[in-house]
Design a binder for this molecule. Structure first.
Ligand code: FES
Length: 145
């Protein structure tokens, strides 16, 4: 039921770890399943994401989506990184089973949280970026689970 790419990124996740002195760090969780993800971004003076690492305490789909998300945002500008939505991550992984789609939201929100942290540290405003939720299950309908 999982694509080969999902299995590959789950069993061999890319960019796992931390970045010391990261430009931005974002942590998000999903209180319903208890999974947590932390994303670290290293952004240079030109606003290019030079490096990206993550740590996920979560299910296989959360690990695979965070791994793919880090691959997708590396080398991108901040504005391009905002286009790395959970849909883009899922497409890059050749899809996820419907019950696992919500797991991919962790990666998208963690990128946003890290960018938000970066913006706050630098006193700037990132066009199109809204304050991320610390808990992505907030405000969701219960019947989705
Ligand atoms: Fe929680 Fe997948 S079940 S992120």
């Amino acid at each position: 039921m999982y694509s080969e790419k999902v299995m590959d990124h789950f069993t061999n996740p890319r960019n796992v770890g931390e970045i010391e002195g990261a430009s931005g760090v974002g942590t998000v969780g999903n209180a319903k399943c208890g999974d947590i993800m932390r994303m670290y971004l290293d952004i240079d003076d030109n606003g290019i994401i030079q490096d990206c690492k993550f740590k996920t305490f979560g299910c296989g789909a959360a690990i695979a989506t965070s791994s793919m998300a880090t691959e997708l945002v590396k080398g991108k500008t901040i504005q391009e990184a905002l286009q790395v939505t959970n849909k883009a991550v899922m497409e890059a992984l050749d899809g996820l089973p419907p019950v696992k789609v919500h797991c991919s939201l962790l990666a998208e929100e963690a990128i946003h949280a890290a960018l938000w942290d970066y913006a706050e540290k630098h006193g700037i405003k990132i066009e199109g970026l809204q304050k991320p939720k610390a808990d992505i299950s907030e405000g969701e309908e219960d019947e989705e689970y």
